[in-house]
Each structure stands twice: as C-alpha cells, then as structure tokens.
Design a protein around this ligand. Sequence first.
Ligand SMILES: [Zn+2]
Length: 321
Amino acid sequence: LDRVNCVLAVDVGASKVAASVFRMGSPAGIIEEPASQGVEAAVEKAARRAVAGADCEPRLVGVASVGPLDYGGPAIVGAPNLAEGRASLARPLEWVGAPIIVGNDAVASLWAEAVLGKARGLSDAAMVVMGTGVGGAAIVSGRLVLGRRGGAHEVGHIVVDYGSNLKCGCGGRGHWEAIAGGRWLPRLVLSLARGGEPLARLARLGRLTASTLAAALEQGDGLAEEAYKVVVAATAAGLASVAAVYDPEVVYMAGGVVEALGARFLRDVAAKAGEYSLYEVRIEEASFGRLQALYGAYAIAYRPPPELLALNTHPWAPRGV
Ligand SMILES: [Zn+2]
C-alpha cells in the first residue's frame, strides 16, 4: 500500500464540518459534525471519527476551509458567516501526527477540478461555490491566484448592486453573497414579499433554504419566482466580473445553492451573464457534487499547489514536498 496516499481530508464549512480518509484517491465513510458546537470541536470530532473508521494511517492532512484564513496560524479569522472570531485549524488536528496543509474551500474545490476533474490540462479556469456564502478561486495562465494574504479570489464580496441596502456579513453593501448566498435567501425573500405569502412565512420562521426555494419554484410560486430572478441576475453579474478579471476558459460551479437550484439555474445564469459580460461566460457544474470541497482538501494535500504551499508558513506545514 502506498502509505503516502492515505490522506485525512477535512472540509470546514460555515454550517458543518465534513471529514473523510482518502485511500488511493477514494473517500471512505464521510463523517459530518455541525459547526454549531464550535468549529474546533467539530473539526476534532469529525477527524477522530474518520480516522477511527479508516483502514490506513493518514500521512497527510488537507483542510479546505471557509475564510478569511491566517495561513501562518493556521486559523480562520473573522469569517463573516461564523460566530467565532478565530478558530485554529491545527490545534484540533495535531494529534494525527501528519503534516497539515490548509486552503480556502473554493481554492481547494478548484484544485480538485484541476487535479482530478474536468479542469485537467486547462491553464485558465475559475470556480464559484455558492453555499452559505459565495466563494471563488481562479487559475490564471497556469498559476493559482492567491494574493498577498491568500484572499485574491473573494468573489462573494464583488459588488453586484451598488444601490442595494442589503448588508453583507462582512459589513459591505450590495455584495453578490449578501444577495445570493444561502444565508441571506430568507432576507431576500422578505425584501420582495408583500404580505402573508407562504414563502415569506417560512422565511420569517428561519426555515427557508435553497431547497425550499427550489420546491416553491417547482410549484409555480410567484414570490419564489421573483426571488429566483434576483439570485440569477446577481449571480450573472458576479460571473461577468469573474470572467472580466480572470478570463477563464470555464467557470465551474458548486455548493448547496447551485445543487438545490439545479441545471435550470446554470442555464439561466449563463443566458443572463451575456447581458453583463465582455466575454462569453462558459459555466459547468463541478465534478464532485456535495463532496467538492472534501475532494479539494484531499487534492491540496496529495498534490499541493506550489502557490498554496508557499502561503502555508505555519509549523505543521508539509516540508520538502
Ligand atoms: Zn461582503
């Protein structure tokens, strides 16, 4: 058995943490823990359960996480969609006794696409992940774009509506994420509601998700249709900006909102993006569905992108890869 090809992959999301041990590129059981118990506790619990159930001993740990990240920590710092101000990504994983590489979840998701998925061989590609928030990543001229602090790809905070009063978790207004991120869908629906529509009631009860919006759309609900149009337009505007800045051959899309709204959403967004875009925007669904970021965590550990390795300056980072 190739001992190096036993990797503990951890996906740290705003609502849940997922972990799995990948052996020869395939995940064993997927363990999930709610982030509400605290991010560090959820990471440790999920990782311990994944390793306990694995049939190989992890030699590397890959962590794909919501940002912003302090790569010197490594830690999550001031994430707009998390309660904690700071959460260590090493403390809950030190016990594994293997090198840890950390990356933004959208970056890792794109790297999974570049190493294992549809972007193999492409020198220019982008990723947009629409979940609780909206994240992004880009490979430009064969290089992963990361920036000074590793935040050069925070596309969710692109302004798609400068006249909007909808505030983002980061404090800004009119951000793509503040309009189309899963966390804000209830607020969007309420901003469009006139009275006692069933969907508005669900939103007020905190029970409106991308899936309930999709179900309401299928039943021809008028308010759902209106909210959907706004989400499509905001996403199309965001994608036009992504295309203008990075000039990708393809933009891959993943995340809970994309999965819930389905193929129709990708078609509508692609059609609408033409209205805003300098370039034609080619959109494709990413390869690994709800496991995209987990595959990303595996990919950044198994074949670390040099740009990300250079940012991982913390004491647990892999050496001499
Ligand atoms: Zn923002």
